[in-house]
Ligand binder design. Structure first.
Ligand SMILES: *Cc1c(COP(=O)(O)O)cnc(C)c1O
Length: 390
């Protein structure tokens, strides 16, 4: 059966050239990068080379500002808890947004619950967009950190990060951005954004899973939460995961080289998919910002159907997609992002996210445009709500 993968916001496949680059570091080049012998020294060099490539991808001034982590989640945790613990004496207030990834929201909730921090969750508009004025208004004498994601993983909305970064800088507040969905998809420049901390993850841009990085601007002090050896300049203990770091470095290099070409190709395919869905299916609305959105993100609410059954039926046709209704994860509530956008429950329940990737083809988009309307028709035919309303 044909299989079409349109869930690249969840994860991407590791590119063949990335895998090839990693392979020797599982076998003959197995040394501990901190060892003094040649096995170690050689791997120290490749780790530092990968660090340079990651720094290049986000235009960091110095590769020493890159700390390797186990992924985006750890980078977010290290940024938020690391700043909070180090600077708690200067104030215990954090500003973030209502549509962040749980890897940001849950560390914030943890700080509220266990460390008496106060967190302001600024709202988003109907497009999932944060207003920088709301961020500015939320600032108090106690504010030590602002954390707003660069681009949303569910609806693809790109936030006014440059403006928020400027506000943070003017007010002498640390600024972190979760750029996990943005890095490798759009141009990211830590200096242009005024970011003090920035999270990224390899498996979202055709690198391996379980490796990511936190950019920490020179002079920004954090408290680590992994205590042990002196790796990563004392900011993240544990023996370096050399194969994964090499994979991240290679993925970063490829991402930078291919950025424009990939962006153009994916944007075009996305346009075709959005147009096709609007033409072929009635009563649909595009979620997220119409223009300020990631090139690869398509998110529709499809009325009178339920996201979970849509996903299961698409899966029977070989189409891998995702939904903002999280029944499978044991919760009946629609996604916090769609709810923050004030999308009514019954509409949020019928949300469908299709995220394109580097290997998505036009033929695959055509296949989805052939199958999806049929699946929607079938499900609506079984829905009592659809009959009454149409
Ligand atoms: C995937 C994702 C994360 C988590 O990254 P992992 O590497 O899977 O831990 C964090 N934030 C956003 C926006 C993401 O899309």
């Amino acid at each position: 059966m044909k299989r079409v993968y349109l869930d690249n916001a969840a994860t991407t496949s590791t590119a063949p050239e990335v895998l090839e680059a990693m392979k020797p570091y599982f076998t003959e080049k197995f040394g501990n990068a901190s060892s003094v012998h040649s096995f170690g020294r050689e791997n120290r060099n490749v780790v530092e080379d990968a660090r340079e490539k990651v720094a290049d991808l986000i235009n960091a001034d110095d590769s020493a500002e890159i700390v390797f982590t186990s992924g985006g989640t750890e980078a977010d945790n290290l940024a938020i808890k690391g700043i909070a613990m180090k600077h708690r004496d200067e104030g215990k207030h954090i500003i973030t947004s209502a549509c962040e990834h749980h890897a940001v929201l849950h560390p914030c909730e943890y700080l509220e619950e266990y460390h008496d921090f106060e967190v302001t969750y600024v709202p988003v508009d109907e497009h999932g967009m944060v207003d920088q004025k709301d961020v500015e208004k939320a600032i108090t004498d106690e504010t030590i950190l602002i954390s707003v994601m660069m681009a949303n993983n569910e609806v693809g909305t790109i936030q006014p990060i440059k403006e928020i970064g400027k506000i943070a800088k003017e007010n002498n507040i640390y600024f972190h951005t979760d750029a996990v969905q943005a890095v490798g998809a759009i141009s990211v420049d830590v200096n242009e954004l005024n970011a003090d901390l920035l999270s990224l993850s390899a498996h979202k841009f055709n690198g391996p899973k379980g490796i990511g990085a936190l950019y920490i601007r020179k002079g920004t002090k954090i408290t680590p939460f992994m205590h042990g050896g002196a790796q990563e300049r004392g900011r993240r203990a544990s023996t370096e995961n050399v194969p994964a770091i090499v994979g991240l470095g290679k993925a970063a290099k490829v991402a930078l080289e291919e950025l424009e070409e990939k962006q153009e190709k994916i944007t075009k395919l996305r346009g075709k998919l959005i147009k096709g869905i609007k033409e072929k299916i009635d009563e649909v609305t595009l979620n997220g910002h119409p223009t300020k959105r990631l090139p690869n993100n398509v998110n529709f609410s499809i009325r009178y159907i339920e996201g979970e059954s849509l996903l299961l039926n698409l899966d029977l046709e070989g189409i891998a997609a995702s939904s903002g209704s999280a029944c499978t994860s044991g919760s009946l509530d629609p996604s916090h992002v769609l709810l923050a956008m004030d999308i009514p429950h019954e509409i949020a329940h019928g949300s469908l996210r299709l995220t394109l990737g580097k290997y998505t083809t036009e033929e695959e988009i055509d296949y989805v445009l052939e199958k999806l309307p049929k699946v929607v028709d079938k499900l609506r035919a079984m829905s009592p709500l659809y009959d009454q309303n149409s």
